[in-house]
Design a protein around this ligand. Structure first.
Ligand SMILES: [Ca+2]
Ligand SMILES: [Ca+2]
Length: 83
């Protein structure tokens, strides 16, 4: 039953190849810090987050030091790879 095993390997491996070849568009869930920081002051305000579709809950979670804005380090903690 060698061919059966090969078929199995094929079925399991193909999705990985297909996945690897999909263009790497940034997922909507991890917007980049720079794209959200519209005025480029290094801080994301609640308004900037809202405009980017970030929920209030996520913004509060990201604002670790509770100063009302989210900096790049805070952003990276909640959205790894989104800085
Ligand atoms: Ca800003
Ligand atoms: Ca903060």
């Amino acid at each position: 039953m060698k061919s059966f095993k090969l078929l199995f390997a094929f079925v399991f491996l193909v999705p990985f190849f297909v996945h690897a070849q999909t263009p790497s568009n940034p997922p909507a869930k991890t917007p980049s810090f720079k794209s959200i920081d519209k005025d480029n002051n290094g801080q994301i305000t609640k308004e900037e987050a809202k405009a980017a579709g970030v929920s209030d809950a996520d913004f509060k979670k990201a604002d670790k030091n509770k100063n009302g804005t989210v900096d790049a380090k805070e952003w990276a903690l909640i959205f790894p790879g989104g800085a």
